[in-house]
Write a protein of this length. Structure first.
Length: 75
């Protein structure tokens, strides 16, 4: 049986599409819609886990990722 891991996906609009980033592994993908970008990120992460060595996964994996907002004065 295959195991799975829950990872973060940050998705933002870029021009006419969307970019999806997994900050834990610094893997990104894109798509024409949010759903496409997310699906493509899952595919990219799956391929990463299938091809990367255990040492590369360990080296790139950030165990603690915090997503928050900050307020910054502008102007």
């Amino acid at each position: 049986m295959q195991s799975s891991q829950r990872l973060t996906a940050i998705i933002e609009r870029e021009d006419d599409g969307f970019v999806a980033l997994c900050p834990e592994l610094d893997v990104a993908s894109q798509g024409d819609s949010i759903e496409d970008a997310c699906r493509n990120l899952v595919e990219a992460l799956t391929l990463f886990f299938e091809t990367a060595s255990a040492s590369e996964i360990e080296r790139r994996f950030h165990r603690e990722v915090f997503v928050t907002q900050v307020e910054v004065p502008v102007g």
